[in-house]
Design a protein around this ligand. Structure first.
Ligand code: F6P
Length: 343
């Protein structure tokens, strides 16, 4: 068989581990050939590919980013792109494509599978918001980076008697915020799933001051909205091909208000893309490797239209159609646990 692999959407640690696993399994176990598709769906639209072999995937397991490049190109957006993809798949002689991506990339994979191109999906994103799997790869690394940052901000907050607001990623969900916040001992965690008023946030900080605590750590997900506000804080009003705005800035808005209302010096740190770059944790390397090997097995058994998924401790599959158009939000049991430590 000839297998195509692409990485789409925002990059995350573990992509190279997954590419390596799909390639090695396909070549060594099945004697297939593998083509790397460049820059997500753009590579299939523009016929931009290069062969992957045992040499080209050697030495990449621990490397961040993706050797294939990525983009937020939406193949459903421009008329004629699906036809171009079908034509290129034919020309390249691809029997199936392994699409490694988040909700947007997997949604496109489901549609293209329905259009007759055999697709297998692999769930990646630091946001951990994909339905049908207990974990996406990239998330563990992002939580590790955010927790390390919170630990560092903790000591400086304590020394200067300040509030530290830490803004983490999480467009639709607060998975990174809740996990790193619990791990870092946050005094307040603000997530998109639970809007709060500024008065409620400031009350938690004041509660600590009343208890004699002279510093606080507030972790906020970029997609958090205040109960009394108009909606998301965004960087500008541009949208990407999937219609997403660029979030960012909620930490600054909250920081200014905490300082004004609770009368305590406040500083804001936005972790931004540091959460997405660099080397994957051992957990993410292993998860991406397990997903990649299973994806290659699915493709070779003709079992397309599926996404590889983690269910408990086992790797399973879920139909791509069930994954798309939905978001896996933070488990409220976890939020309840976090709340025990608020204020
Ligand atoms: O989807 C993952 C994510 O990291 C989001 O948390 C964030 O809003 C977005 O990507 C940023 O993406 P971009 O690379 O388009 O700026």
């Amino acid at each position: 068989m000839q297998i195509g692999i692409l990485t789409g959407g925002g990059d995350c640690p573990g992509l190279n581990a997954a590419i390596r696993a799909v390639t090695r399994r396909s070549i060594k176990t099945y004697g297939s050939t593998v083509l790397g598709i460049r820059n997500g769906w753009a590579g299939l639209i523009n016929n931009n590919t290069s062969p992957l072999d045992l040499v080209s995937v050697s030495g990449i397991l621990h490397r961040g980013g993706t050797i294939l490049g990525t983009s937020r190109t939406n193949p459903m957006k421009n008329e004629g792109d699906i036809d171009r993809i079908q034509e290129n798949v034919g020309k390249l002689g691809l029997d199936a494509v392994v699409a490694i991506g988040g909700e947007d990339t997997l949604g496109a994979a489901a549609a293209l599978n329905d259009a007759g191109i055999p697709m297998v999906g692999l769930p990646k994103t630091i946001d951990n918001d994909i339905v049908g799997t207990d974990m996406t790869f990239g998330f563990d690394t992002a939580v590790t980076i955010a927790t390390d940052a919170i630990d560092r901000l903790h000591t400086t907050a304590e020394s200067h008697h300040r509030v530290m607001v830490i803004e983490v990623m999480g467009r639709h969900t607060g998975w990174i915020a809740i996990k790193s916040g619990i791990a870092g001992g946050a005094d307040c965690i603000l997530i998109p799933e639970v809007p709060m008023t500024l008065d409620e946030v400031c009350a938690l900080v004041k509660q600590r001051i009343d208890r004699g605590k002279t510093f606080s750590l507030v972790v906020v997900a970029e997609g958090f909205t205040m109960k009394d506000s108009q909606g998301h804080v965004t960087q500008d009003d541009k949208v990407d091909e999937f219609g997403h705005v660029r979030l960012g800035g909620i930490g600054e808005v909250i920081g200014v208000e905490i300082e004004r209302r609770a009368r305590i010096e406040t500083r804001v740190t936005t972790l931004g893309y540091t959460q997405r770059g660099g080397s994957p944790t051992p957990y993410d390397r292993v998860l991406a490797t397990r997903y990649g090997v299973t994806a290659a097995d699915l493709v070779h058994s003709g079992d397309s239209g599926k996404m590889v998924a983690l269910k408990g401790s086992k790797i399973g599959t879920v139909p791509l159609a069930e994954v798309t158009g939905r978001i896996r939000t933070v488990d409220m049991e976890l939020y309840d646990i976090a709340q025990v430590f608020f204020g």
